[in-house]
Design a protein around this ligand. Structure first.
Ligand code: GLN
Length: 544
């Protein structure tokens, strides 16, 4: 780390779900647009070691980085907005912090000391923040949760100490709050923001910028009031208005002066305007698409946050085709009850995403069958690929009890538990009764694509690397049977043992992938699979 590295700490107040992750990612993108090198980090106060074992219905998607870290979905926003790959050095939880402190204590590293939150836990948090920094101009650290949460206190104490140690000229506090609108009073209310800042001040933190979420323009006199009560400059009370698309947010924040105020605070060049051309370009396509296409996502988690990267990747595929993708969220269990035809007859593409456990699997298999029989573009991701393979084995090969051993003990396990695989030349070994946390095949693995296959045309190469998060795999021994039924394995692990991609040769667009392409898609670098899938859906919609 050089002395020039500056730290911006982003906290949230009043309520959760204000979009701290997006605000952090947007600020980072704006600083990039001014020519600075940035890195984003997330500090989550909960006690899980990582979100890998958390229910996606509660916590949303588990994002996976190239290096196999299972992280909060905000890391997805960070990558999509900045194009910079996140790593294990950019995501931490209280669970991980305590685990490390306790490991050191057992090892005897603390030399007889009494282990306390201050300084042992706070030191661990500070060293996480300062670790693995090279020549970045800015490190943006988002503190998860809301000010006042019990679990969050050590984090606030740590960033307070860091501001003291590094100096206020190298540290900045941005606090995101909400100005609720009370219709009966016809007013935006500032009191919750005042209280939230008071609470932050109790921890010794004086915010430098207040980002105030609001559903309408904030009158200047209200900004002045907030500034006076909260000890913040009036021009540093910045409106963060609701946006129609998340990709409008950086432009909106910039026009409110966010990046300007940050540069002014750090005495950086404010004369030069940020280069926001690429943001303007995608905003334009999002606002004025040439058409719309309906794509069904047949999943089982009711919370759309559980499919965050997927929805974004479809949007990116749409942007590349200058189309708006309208996602029809379909519960796989409803497909079981109402039939595929009832729910899928008005869509131009069908996507079955990743998933875990038996619930809804028959609906997903029915969706794959419907797409195959009706020549509707189909993209199966991870579980969605496994379901498509099971469908072919059952209905075309004639193995009626074909299934995954994740779902049934009493089946022909076309998809089975993976107990061994190679990672960077070393064997990874897992057992059926081993720990569940952090033990899947995680992160980036290479795949070799079959020459001349559809997938190799889409990627325009035969060597790819994609991110994985799965415990089961299609059994390669069924390759011949699948091939006779029109489904080829067109991508494999370099040792040829693990099927990574299947495609149907008798179908306009039917592909299943064992990895998660959605994790690497970015608005400015849309993933080729999504670009091609959305294009196939658009072409299909023109046939209807
Ligand atoms: N449950 C499946 C497995 O573990 C698929 C996982 C996923 O879709 N991410 O292999």
């Amino acid at each position: 780390m050089t002395d020039k590295t500056k730290f911006i700490f982003i906290t949230g107040g009043v309520v959760s779900s204000l979009g701290k992750g997006l605000a952090s990612a947007s600020l980072a993108a704006l600083l990039q647009a001014r020519g600075y090198k940035v890195r984003l980090r997330k500090l989550d106060p909960y006690l899980n070691v990582d979100p890998g074992t958390m229910n996606p219905c509660q916590h949303g998607e588990v994002y996976v980085t190239d290096d196999g870290t299972e992280a909060d979905l905000d890391l997805g926003h960070y990558e999509r907005f900045t194009g910079i790959s996140e790593t294990k050095y950019d995501s931490v939880t209280s669970g991980k912090i305590y685990q490390s402190v306790l490991d050191k204590e057992r090892h005897g590293d603390y030399l007889g000391a009494t282990i306390q939150v201050i300084p042992h836990v706070t030191n661990e948090i500070k060293s996480f923040i300062l670790n693995n920094i090279t020549d970045e101009d800015f490190i943006l650290c988002e503190i998860g949760g809301t000010v006042g949460d019990i679990e969050g206190q050590p984090y606030l104490e740590s960033i307070r100490q860091l501001a003291y140690e590094l100096g206020r000229e190298r540290t900045m506090f941005v606090h995101l709050t909400l100005l609720p609108y009370i219709p009966t009073a016809g007013e935006l209310k500032t009191k919750p923001t005042q209280h939230s800042v008071k609470q932050l001040q109790e921890y010794g933190i004086q915010p430098d910028i207040l980002l105030c979420r609001s559903q309408m323009e904030i009158p200047q006199n209200e900004k002045r009031k907030i500034a006076q009560f909260c000890n913040v400059k009036e021009e540093c009370v910045i409106a963060a208005l609701d946006a129609k698309s998340i990709y409008h947010v950086p432009l909106a924040y910039s026009s409110e002066g966010l990046d300007f105020q940050v540069c002014k605070y750090f005495h950086l060049n404010t004369e030069q305007q940020p280069d926001l051309q690429k943001w303007q370009n995608i905003s334009e396509v999002i606002t004025h698409p040439e058409g719309e296409v309906n794509i069904a996502v047949v999943g089982k988690y009711q919370l759309q946050e559980a499919y965050k990267s997927l929805a974004e990747a479809l949007t990116h595929g749409g942007i590349a085709n200058k189309f708006k993708v309208k996602i029809k969220w379909i519960d796989a269990e409803d497909v079981e009850k109402q039939g595929a035809n009832t729910l899928l007859n008005d869509v131009s593409g069908i996507l079955v995403p990743g998933g875990f456990g038996a619930r809804g699997t028959e609906g997903k298999i029915a969706a794959a069958k419907y797409a195959r029989e009706n020549h509707i573009p189909y993209l199966g991701i991870c579980f969605g690929m496994q379901m498509a393979v099971i469908e072919t084995m059952r209905n075309l090969v004639g193995i009626k009890n074909a299934n995954s051993s994740e779902i049934s003990d009493d089946c022909e396990a076309v998809v089975g538990l993976m107990t061994e695989w190679d990672k960077d030349g070393a064997k990874q070994i897992r057992h059926a009764d081993g720990d569940l946390g952090g033990t899947m095949r995680l992160g980036a693995y290479p795949t070799i694509l079959q020459e001349g296959s559809k997938i190799s045309q889409i990627y325009k190469t035969t060597n790819i690397s994609e991110r994985h998060r799965h415990r089961y795999e299609v059994n390669i021994n069924y390759e011949r049977a699948l091939q006779l039924a029109g489904m080829i394995i067109s991508g494999k692990s370099p040792d040829g043992k693990l099927p990574e991609i299947v495609e149907r040769v008798d179908h306009p667009w039917f592909i299943g992938v064992q990895f998660h392409p959605e994790l690497k898609s970015k608005p400015f670098e849309p993933h080729p699979l999504f670009v091609s899938f959305v294009k196939a859906a658009i072409d299909n919609s023109r046939l209807i």
